[in-house]
Ligand binder design. Structure first.
Ligand SMILES: Nc1ncnc2c1ncn2[C@@H]1O[C@H](COP(=O)(O)OP(=O)(O)O)[C@@H](O)[C@H]1O
Ligand SMILES: [Mg+2]
Length: 464
């Protein structure tokens, strides 16, 4: 999978890179690429207004403050496509970028702050002076989607523009658009003062959920069940015109996800997972080891509505090309309620589970959508999967684990990926814990039973 059309240039192999084959507009072999050139771009900056000789190369820019293993999987997939020149923008850090990270890019530039639109725009313009027009600018990171869209707008690069991205990042804009399209979501408001907040709560009643309109990972998210909690939360969050507070009717039900691969606004692949429990419950109950079931059948009767309304939501909110990741509820009385939808790949190991379940490379499938506006499916979902996030109660550092031998013996044949919490690793404050195990089986029941057994059996202990 994923050949390149690089013609190869002498000198690159010595840096341990596969041949990519292109020269700079200045006509010299491109060893800038491993120099992690400081911003601005060493020589070459402003010195050429020629276009690169090899116009067939498509300049794809990936922006992420600190590229970790997850980001690099997306970067490698982009770079694995035909005729892609992989350009990176990352945050400057002491000691620079390690060579193993840099080796994933053709040229990587450090800035003080990737979240700063001016700085990123300057680098994009610099890249354009060196290499010509930008083909795509992208990132899998939720928090940077608005900035990336703004940079696209300023530099005239194709892809989702700020107004469309706001419908996928600002929960208030998103829910208003969903309502307007007649799609089911929680009643909501963006309160600009404590008085507005109180008036809304009076209208819809408690409990409510309060959170920042733009956020991720349950950051500053409060379940408010009574008047005291309401007063406390308003005191803490201080809603104002500058810092509105998203308030939503509390939806009680099973929380799930719905992913799509979409190309130019048309949904091509639909996938569903079930969360046990929902992320907010996992955050509020530190003893819970969170799990996600990735059922074999997408077409289960309980999913019929989300396959329909979820698809409409993605299309009506103005998705471009790539992954979408939605969260939705199934209430006890069988209603389907959309919670939120992001225009980026899912986290929480859903992409790896898609790879295991479909026996495909969903990093590449995403990259094909983003860069080539192409979808190579349909793909057959051959397996059910599940993931358990490993953590325990306590503080400090991981001291040891219990139960690993038992699960290897009882369900070892289902384990396709395991990253066990390592002794000495600091406790993670999030619900994803310090490690995870992914299971795979031919049927969903086996996964459900095995996940329950797994989280009952594996225990993580800490010491201060
Ligand atoms: N209206 C709601 N009703 C019930 N639970 C909610 C509601 N809004 C948020 N939650 C819970 O809080 C979690 C985080 O909220 P969410 O809107 O998904 O923000 P983010 O994931 O961007 O932090 C959700 O996964 C869900 O568990
Ligand atoms: Mg969410």
């Amino acid at each position: 999978m994923g050949g390149t059309s690089g013609k190869g240039i002498a000198g690159q192999e010595e840096f341990g890179m596969r041949p990519r084959g292109f020269s700079t507009p200045l006509g010299k072999t491109f060893h800038l690429l491993i120099s992690y050139s400081p911003f601005p771009f060493e020589q070459g900056w402003n010195r050429s207004n020629q276009y690169p000789e090899d116009c067939a190369m498509r300049n794809v820019i990936y922006v992420v403050p600190a590229p970790g293993e997850n980001s690099l999987r997306f970067v490698r997939a982009l770079r694995g496509l035909d005729s892609v020149r992989m350009l990176g923008i990352v945050n400057r850090r002491p000691g620079g970028i390690d060579p193993a990270t840099a080796a994933n890019y053709d040229h990587i530039v450090q800035v003080d702050d990737c979240m700063n639109v001016d700085q990123v725009t300057d680098v994009v313009r610099g890249f354009e002076k060196l290499y010509g027009k930008t083909h795509r600018i992208t990132s899998a990171l939720e928090q940077i989607q608005p900035q990336v869209a703004e940079v696209r707008a300023r530099t005239g690069v194709e892809g989702m523009q700020p107004d469309a991205v706001a419908r996928f990042t600002d929960k208030s804009v998103m829910k208003s658009a969903l309502e307007k399209a007649g799609l089911p979501c929680a009643r909501h408001t963006a309160a600009r003062s404590p008085a507005e907040a109180n008036a809304f709560v009076k209208k819809i009643g408690l409990p409510v959920v309060m959170k920042p309109p733009v956020g991720a990972g349950c950051r500053d998210t409060y379940l408010v069940a009574n008047d005291d909690e309401l007063a406390d939360t308003l005191r803490e969050t201080q809603p104002s015109a500058d810092r509105p507070l998203q308030i939503e009717e509390f939806i009680s039900g099973q929380e799930n996800s719905f992913e799509t691969i979409t190309v130019n606004g048309k949904v091509h692949l639909k996938s569903v997972t079930r969360y046990y429990p929902g992320p907010l419950d996992a955050v509020r109950n530190p003893w819970i080891q969170y799990t996600i079931v990735f059922p074999k059948e997408v077409d289960e009767p309980g999913n019929r509505d989300i396959l329909e309304v979820g698809t409409q939501a993605v299309e009506k909110l103005g998705m471009g090309s790539g992954y979408t990741h939605m969260e939705w509820f199934k209430t006890a009385d069988g209603r389907t309620v959309i919670s939120e939808v992001a225009a980026r790949p899912p986290g929480v190991h859903i992409v790896p589970m898609m790879n295991y379940a479909y026996e495909q490379d969903f990093y590449r499938i995403w990259a094909r959508a983003v860069v080539d506006d192409a979808f190579d499916g349909p793909f057959e979902r051959k397996w059910a999967c599940g993931v358990a996030f490993l953590r325990g109660i306590g503080s400090g550092w991981v001291s040891h684990l219990d139960g690993v031998d038992q699960i290897s013996e009882a369900i070892g044949d289902l384990i396709v990926e395991a990253r066990l919490p390592q002794p000495g690793v600091p406790k993670n404050s999030g619900y994803e814990g310090e490690g995870h195990i992914i299971l795979r089986a031919r049927d969903t029941d086996t996964i459900e039973r095995a996940l329950k057994f797994l989280i009952k059996t594996v225990k993580v202990y800490y010491r201060d």
